[in-house]
Design a protein around this ligand. Structure first.
Ligand code: DAT
Ligand code: MG
Length: 148
């Protein structure tokens, strides 16, 4: 089954949105298979956002993502990578539709509440960066036959 990496950023944790965000993916029908509250190191931040190294906002991005705890998660489900991105809304909250996480809870691109992998390759890379194999749980959920 497809997996993606999602993370409540420091602004989302500080603004008490962790539970609300977890609940949205739970209610949708996706399955949580790994989660932890953690402080990202500078090295991990630079690796995670490596694709943006040359962008003018890279320094701010690394400072922001290391500015407080994040809630890192792995979610599983059919089409979860793309669907989670749609549930998050556009990168710039000013353009994110109401009903999406960024559309509902954020105002500026620099503090947009949530990260989600943008492709199968990113998901695999990011899950590997943030989680050990032993931190991911394989289990059956009793709602499965009511979702699929
Ligand atoms: P996303 O988080 O939707 O995948 P991205 O990968 O293009 O977006 O950028 C990563 C993060 O970098 C984004 O969530 C917020 C920040 N960012 C992107 N564009 C920015 C900009 N023009 N100015 C400031 N921060 C920006
Ligand atoms: Mg991205």
């Amino acid at each position: 089954m497809e997996k993606t990496f999602l993370m409540v950023k420091p602004d989302g944790v500080q603004r008490n949105l962790t539970g609300e965000i977890v609940q949205r993916f739970e209610k949708k029908g996706f399955k949580l298979v790994g989660a932890k509250l953690m402080q990202i190191s500078n090295e991990l931040a630079e690796q995670h956002y490596g694709e943006h190294k040359e962008r003018p906002f890279f320094g701010e991005l690394v400072d922001f993502i290391t500015s407080g705890p994040v809630f890192a998660m792995v979610w599983e489900g059919e089409g979860v990578i793309l669907t989670a991105r749609e549930m998050m809304g556009k990168t710039n909250p000013a353009e994110a539709a109401p009903g999406t996480i960024r559309g509902d809870f954020a105002v500026t691109v620099g503090k947009n509440i949530i990260h989600g992998s943008d492709s199968a390759e990113s998901a695999e890379r990011e899950i590997g960066l943030f989680f050990n194999e032993s931190e991911l749980v394989s289990y059956d959920k009793q709602d499965r036959d009511w979702i699929y």
